[in-house]
Design a protein around this ligand. Structure first.
Ligand code: DGY
Length: 329
């Protein structure tokens, strides 16, 4: 403990290099073990702290900020920041950072892997094989849908959406269509060979629809029964964004009734709890929020979050601030 150093909380178990880096600058209180602090525990541990190194599992609300008046910087080891009330932070001059870019290609790899696994029924096949259900070959045994040359629909054409589009277009000869809040510049569309569509038209045309948009009040359940009804019965739906974007009950019903062919989900509305309606369906691939989980990428995210925190509390410009109007201390 060093009375002269600002105090910071590392709210989740972090790589040793992060603890070391932050300890060189700050008086560090690091959570040990893999538990998640409850909101009350988080509030208690943040007392007297100037900075917080968090992940997507810690919610930062206006109420919490009011109870932690010394907090000046919140640095999340995630690109998504829907767990942080950014407006409340900015209003209280609390600097917020996230970790974009360093996870783009890794997350796009996983999005594509999930698409492939879903379209080609890989999990279903593996389960069947392990359960002793592989009896012989037949012409339509586990027949899925083609990825090569099909139409890739992307909802949310940010950095990760564009990286997935590149994989589809250049790796698999796919036709790329997309919808986004704002249309890409013409050169970017040309480079990706991507055609902008209304959301409804995107739903109608996509053979494989990948959700990569940020989660917010506006995108909550933006894929629900009405949207799923527009999709092709042969379509697959992939979600590597946030669970709350999809109405999981509506999706489970559509999968059960085969109104769409299959889904691949890496994120869930109540994660780590998974909607039980999804768990029993054969035509859904379920993974536990691991799209950015490679060791190099997770270390890069952790390192960037730590660099942001050091900068925010030592008067330097944080590399990836979400509210640059809030100046570092
Ligand atoms: C992110 O970075 O937002 C990933 O979903 C991991 O939390």
């Amino acid at each position: 403990m060093d009375a002269l150093k600002p105090k910071v909380l590392i709210a989740r178990r972090a790589p040793a290099a992060v603890v070391e880096k932050l300890s060189a600058h700050f008086d560090v209180d690091a959570v040990q073990g893999d538990g998640v602090l409850t909101p009350d525990e988080l509030l208690a541990r943040l007392q007297g702290k100037a900075g917080a190194y968090i992940t997507g599992t810690e919610r930062i609300t206006g109420e919490l900020l009011d109870a932690c008046p010394e907090l000046r910087a919140v640095c999340t080891m995630s690109v998504g920041y829907n767990h942080i009330d950014l407006a409340a932070c900015t209003a209280r001059r609390v600097l917020v950072t996230n970790t974009p870019d360093v996870l783009t290609e890794t997350t796009a790899d996983f999005g594509f892997a999930l698409l492939m696994a879903t379209a080609r029924r890989m999990s279903e096949g593996e389960r069947l094989l392990r359960d002793g259900g592989w009896k012989s070959w037949s012409w339509d045994f586990l027949a899925g849908s083609d990825v090569y040359s099909s139409t890739l629909g992307i909802l949310g054409m940010g950095r990760i959406g564009q990286a997935i589009a590149r994989r589809g277009r250049f790796g698999f000869g796919m036709k790329v269509v997309y919808h986004n809040r704002s249309r890409l510049p013409a050169e970017a569309e040309a480079e990706l060979g991507a055609r902008y569509l209304t959301k409804e038209e995107l739903l109608r045309q996509a053979d494989h629809l990948v959700l990569v948009l940020p989660y917010s009040a506006q995108s909550h359940h933006c894929i629900a029964a009405a949207e799923i009804a527009l999709m092709k019965p042969t379509a697959t739906l992939i979600n590597v964004a946030r669970g709350g974007i999809v109405d999981e009950d509506a999706l489970a019903a559509a999968l059960r009734e085969q109104r769409i062919a299959a889904a691949g989900l890496d994120v869930f509305e109540g994660e780590p709890r998974v909607n039980p309606a999804l768990l029993t369906l054969p035509n859904v691939v379920l993974t536990p929020h691991i799209a950015s989980a490679t060791m190099p990428t997770r270390l890069a995210m952790a390192g960037l979050a730590a660099d942001n925190l050091v900068a925010a509390l030592t008067g330097a410009t944080p590399p990836t601030s979400l509210n640059p109007e809030v100046l570092p201390l």
